[in-house]
Ligand binder design. Structure first.
Ligand code: AGP
Length: 610
């Protein structure tokens, strides 16, 4: 799971590749590397453990014009160290490759290559692939393109690769199966990357490689070929009118903090132009609206935080429109027996639009004839392209690995989708719909949550040494509890579990003692009294109680060790306000532990392997 960027043209490679890698660091940041063909024809490979900055400092050899490949890694096979970093070369050190994906049958191939006296340097599956290409090229006496094709036909799993060969100084080959690769074309220059973010500032002429296609760039020309046989494929070039802003932390120390604060505007941006006082528009769905409206059932599929949004979406859609909704992790959906057919709508939610499992789930849904709907934050991303229709969350680039503003934007879209469905099916009265659509007052309340930040920071410092947390909520606030726990785990490395508040007594209550904080999410709704009993159950076992509520009252004050009160609002929006509180709590705990909240250990912003 990694980021690839490659360049073939006449300019110096280093700055193009390094800037590209910085854009792709969201895909992994445990090591990075770059290979280019020096002007004297020699191969130059530089790799470093750690972030792209480390690689940048190590790159002293500036003598590289014309052709180079680079990579930022999130380790799958082999530890995150310099040896295992990409690019990897074959034994002859003529062929060098960067790879995104997993070669699943690497062990038998490795065994075969070892029997042919090939020596390995790294623990990676990627080195097995480049050595196999090298084997066909050197020992099988195949030409470069044939050797690549022969090797790719023998590997199982997923790959997006770019390869160079010192015997072919004017040639670069890229191929994909499962892992996306885009080719940018500009006069006599070519840019290849895992997504368009490193390419788009150079050219808007983009060709997305399809599965089992390879791009063979030779001199100033390129052809698209099949990996399966030596035939030429059509060139489907798209003009992508999309600008990518530069990242900027503004007055904040971390992107995550900035992104939490941006929610004052992003939630409103998501909705702008999509909602009238008496109707929900969502133009992105128009072409397929008849099928969506008449669907028998809906599946929502996603991973991580986006999956939590899906759980909230289920409750909203079922409540308002009486349409049955199933929510499945994309990694499960792709293999489970699912009841998907052409009367099913499958909604895929993804901030990045590049999550491998979510893309595989979309593919499965498309194959089964379902209408696929994307809810995604990144225009031009794979989710946007692979689904039949969709809605962009429009909350701006999210850089922090822990997703924040994308989550609340996803909830916004799901809320309005639920209302649109309800209205189309006659399940909601005009007056009620109008009341729900008048969200302007509720939006103002988002701002007031930040008045509690000092208090939240104080609470964070108080509990920063806890080793375990419970997050408890009911109804829509159960997914909020899951999300609060995930945020804390991701950035503070404290173990946390989210549970339905009443379910806690069926097991997790055994963990409770005087050191363990439980965060209760307690809106004044129909489950209020029930949840008070759940709090009592923890309290009587000496657990510490942190309460997030919209109700100022004596009972809660007495029960809570710490109380955070958000303004009262439409209770669908309470989930957003409570989420922001939990994001701030996780953030301040992590910061008080002096951790890098934007790039936590072991994680990547986008999980592009299975
Ligand atoms: C969120 O904080 C996580 N980093 C992670 O769970 C994320 O939500 C998940 O990987 C899905 O990503 P996506 O929304 O880009 O598909």
């Amino acid at each position: 799971m990694c980021g690839i960027v490659a360049y073939k043209g006449h300019r110096n490679c280093h700055s193009i590749l390094l800037n590209g890698l910085k854009r792709l660091e969201y895909r992994g940041y445990d090591s990075a590397g770059l290979a280019c063909l020096r002007n004297d024809g020699q191969l130059s490979i530089t790799k470093r453990r750690g972030k792209v900055k480390e690689l940048e400092e190590a790159l002293t050899d500036k003598n590289c014009d014309g052709i180079g490949i680079a990579h930022t890694r999130w380790a799958t096979h082999g530890r995150p160290n310099q040896v295992n970093a990409h690019p990897h070369a074959d034994q002859s050190r003529k062929i060098v490759l960067v790879h995104n994906g997993i070669i699943e049958n690497y062990l038998p191939i490795k065994k075969f290559l070892i029997s042919k006296k090939i020596k390995f340097k790294s623990e990676t599956d990627t080195e097995v692939l480049v050595q196999l290409i090298g084997y066909f090229y050197n020992q099988g006496k195949m030409d470069f393109e044939k050797a690549v094709r022969a090797a790719l036909q023998r590997v199982d799993g997923a790959y997006g690769i770019v390869i160079m060969n010192t015997d072919y100084p004017d040639m670069m080959i890229a191929a994909r199966k499962g892992s996306p690769l885009a080719l940018g074309i500009k006069d006599n220059e070519f840019f290849i990357a895992s997504d368009i973010s490193p390419i788009i500032k150079h050219t808007q002429q983009i060709l997305y490689l399809k599965d089992s296609e390879m791009a063979v760039i030779n001199g100033n020309k390129y052809t698209i070929k099949s990996v399966l046989k030596d035939i030429t494929m059509p060139k489907n070039i798209e003009q992508i009118d999309y600008k990518i802003d530069d990242y900027d932390k503004g007055k904040f120390k971390y992107f995550m903090h900035k992104e939490i604060h941006e929610q004052v505007d992003t939630i409103a941006n998501t909705v702008k132009g999509r909602v009238k006082s008496d109707a929900v528009l969502l133009h992105g769905l128009s072409e397929y609206w008849d099928e969506i409206e008449s669907a028998d059932k809906i599946y929502i599929t996603a991973c991580g935080t986006s999956w939590h949004a899906g759980l909230i979406g289920k409750l909203l859609i079922e409540k308002f429109s009486n349409t049955p909704v199933f929510v499945e992790y994309a990694s499960e959906f792709r293999y489970n027996h699912t009841l998907v057919d052409n009367k099913t709508v499958v909604i895929a939610i993804s901030q990045s639009g590049e999550t491998a499992d979510t893309l595989a789930a979309i593919k499965k849904a498309n194959d089964y004839g379902a209408v696929t709907v994307g809810i995604c934050n990144v225009p031009g991303s794979s989710v946007g392209r692979e689904t039949d229709c969709g809605v962009y969350t429009r909350c701006g680039h999210e850089v922090g690995v822990a997703s924040t503003k994308a989550f609340t934007a996803q909830i916004g879209i799901l809320y309005f989708l639920a209302l649109k469905l309800a209205s189309a099916k006659g399940e909601i009265s005009k007056t009620s719909l109008k009341r729900h659509l008048d969200y302007s007052d509720a939006m103002k309340k988002v701002k007031t949550v930040f008045r509690q930040e000092k208090l939240i920071e104080k609470i964070a410092k108080k509990y920063k040494k806890a080793t375990d947390f419970l997050y408890l909520g009911r109804g829509m606030n159960f997914p909020v509890a899951l999300e609060g726990a995930l945020k804390l785990k991701e950035i503070s490395y404290i173990h946390a579990e989210g549970y339905p508040a009443a379910e806690m007594k069926h097991g997790p209550i055994a963990l409770v003692d005087k050191n363990m904080p439980s965060v209760f999410i307690v809106p004044k709704d129909k489950t209020y009294e029930k949840i008070i009993s759940n709090i009592q159950e923890i309290k009587s076992r000496k657990g510490k109680i942190i309460i997030v509520t919209d109700s100022k009252n004596k009972v809660l004050k007495e029960l809570a060790n710490d109380l955070i009160i958000v303004p009262r609002t439409n209770h669908y929006l309470f989930v957003v306000l409570a989420t922001i509180v939990l994001q701030l709590l996780a953030y301040h705990i992590a910061v008080s532990k002096k951790l890098n909240v934007d790039q936590p250990r072991n994680l990547a912003k986008s999980v592009t392997v299975e």
